[in-house]
Design a protein around this ligand. Structure first.
Ligand code: FE2
Ligand code: FE2
Length: 210
């Protein structure tokens, strides 16, 4: 049997179809996915991934929130704070996304499924759905977890303004009233902060694709 290539064009197309489906029902989340995908690709490359691996991580990372497709619209787009019950429903999206993406078995889809499942895990064990700690979370999962937080800080939402690049980097470095830097893998955080000027351009979409 011929070896299955991580970036087999048919597999890349299949992921693009899933992403386009998600975009059609929730453009905001899909745009967030695009930015996280761009940042995850660049950060992976900066951390030493091969160009092929970095591209695969970027493509897979675009789908990290695809499980939000299963959250009722009234909860996902609620302008005010969520109740405890609503927060629990939202916190099911990593497993929901992994389940959607597990329906195909090729390597790029498996990578996307793993990233979807792990992107809210924290290096210090305080994340969800499993409270995994340290290297129990894959490196692509750790990379996407940081890019996800950074994008959420920078992005304007109906319930909050977007932060400047500098303010968002300060939160990653020193924490705020909601998080500490311990939630991130040290290697990932260090690589992001060392290359923060470049990562600002990647977030803005002003860097040439790798
Ligand atoms: Fe998420
Ligand atoms: Fe996200």
């Amino acid at each position: 049997m011929p070896a299955v290539h991580l970036l087999d064009p048919a597999h890349v197309d299949a992921l693009s179809c899933v992403h386009a489906t998600h975009s059609a029902v929730d453009l905001n989340t899909a745009e967030h996915g695009d930015a996280v995908g761009r940042m995850a690709q660049h950060l992976s490359a900066l951390m030493g991934s091969s160009p092929e691996e970095a591209e695969a991580i970027g493509i897979a990372a675009r789908l990290h929130d695809v499980g939000k497709i299963s959250i009722p619209h009234a909860i996902l787009h609620k302008p005010g704070p969520l109740t405890v019950e609503e927060r629990h429903i939202v916190q099911r999206h990593p497993e929901a996304g992994a389940k959607i993406l597990q329906t195909a078995k090729f390597p790029l889809m498996k990578l996307a499924s793993q990233i979807a499942l792990e992107h809210h895990e924290h290096a210090d064990g305080t994340g969800y759905p499993y409270g995994l700690r340290g290297d129990a979370v894959s490196m692509p999962g750790q990379i996407v977890a940081l890019c996800d937080v950074f994008d959420a800080l920078r992005r304007e939402r109906s319930y909050k303004p977007g932060m400047s690049h500098e303010a968002a980097c300060d939160v990653l470095s020193y924490g705020d009233d909601r998080m500490t830097p311990d939630i991130f893998d040290e290697r990932v955080l260090d690589a992001f902060l060392r290359n923060q000027k470049h990562m600002a351009e990647v977030f803005e979409g002003t860097t040439a694709p790798l």
